[in-house]
Design a protein around this ligand. Sequence first.
Ligand SMILES: Nc1ncnc2c1ncn2[C@@H]1O[C@H](COP(=O)(O)OP(=O)(O)O)[C@@H](O)[C@H]1O
Ligand SMILES: CC(=O)N[C@@H](CCC(=O)OP(=O)(O)O)C(=O)O
Length: 284
Amino acid sequence: MAVSGLSDFKGRWFVVKIGGELASDKPKLAASVGAAVRAFLDAGVRVAVIHGGGPQATELTQKLGLTPKMVGGRRVTDEATLEVMKMTLAGQVSVDVAAAFRIAGVPAVCTTGVSAGLVNARKRPAKVITGAGPDPIDLGLVGDVSEVNTALFEKLSEAGVVPVLGSLSGDAQGNVFNINADTVATRVAAKLKAAKLFLVSNVPGVLANKDDPSTRLPTLTPAEAKEKIASGVIQGGMIPKVEESLAMLEEGIEAIHIVGISPVNALLGEAEKAGSFGTAFLRG
Ligand SMILES: Nc1ncnc2c1ncn2[C@@H]1O[C@H](COP(=O)(O)OP(=O)(O)O)[C@@H](O)[C@H]1O
Ligand SMILES: CC(=O)N[C@@H](CCC(=O)OP(=O)(O)O)C(=O)O
């Protein structure tokens, strides 16, 4: 069923990022993100999906007797942690997202950015990280996106399938890197010149009080968002989400929305009307 308003985006890309936590409830993921992606496809919009798996990776790390370490919302990734990321992102979460999309009638081909160089990366140099003190931090086997194989995304879309990527990436030498899924999604959206990027999370949007879902901010300008990071209103995993969104607005992408899956029509509603169910980032 085509939804009015979406047909304005016919032939353009929407990129949808799913936080790992959402993959644990397949029927709900199908009814929320799955149904919205189906409506986007029915309106002739091209869709690419990026998923995370942070909570699953943390759980598996602990089960293996290792200690997860996050700095400013990013995981410090040594060899053992990278193995865990492969098991969760390319294994458990990938299969669960594929299964949820089957329920919604979305023809998803689930893989990671390593496949055919869909997302290329190089090792991230040590950097100062917001919220983690003044010294540069080396995150280990964490990458920065260097290139996106947009031609293959286009071909997959033309073949009628939805590329769905866990946020691992690689290089032509066979190295594999862990990348925050919000980061992958923003870079892929920028390279595809996406009309919209949706960061779908376990919260309804950016909240004035992170523990009170009724305090959702419908819109944020870059200046307001920076102020909310500096004042500590925006914390933890929300920091990379907002920082990446701002970087992308500066690259000229049209609209970025942070949105949840409650109610189940939140993503579709936000796609039709910015700020109605989530937080929309506005330029200026
Ligand atoms: N101001 C805020 N508004 C909303 N969430 C916030 C805020 N500050 C911190 N957070 C935290 O950010 C989390 C979302 O980031 P993250 O867990 O990384 O999500 P995802 O796994 O979807 O990428 C929320 O669960 C919440 O605990
Ligand atoms: C470098 C880095 O932090 N990578 C992330 C990748 C997964 C992710 O981003 O998952 P969510 O979207 O569920 O948070 C991580 O290891 O957790």
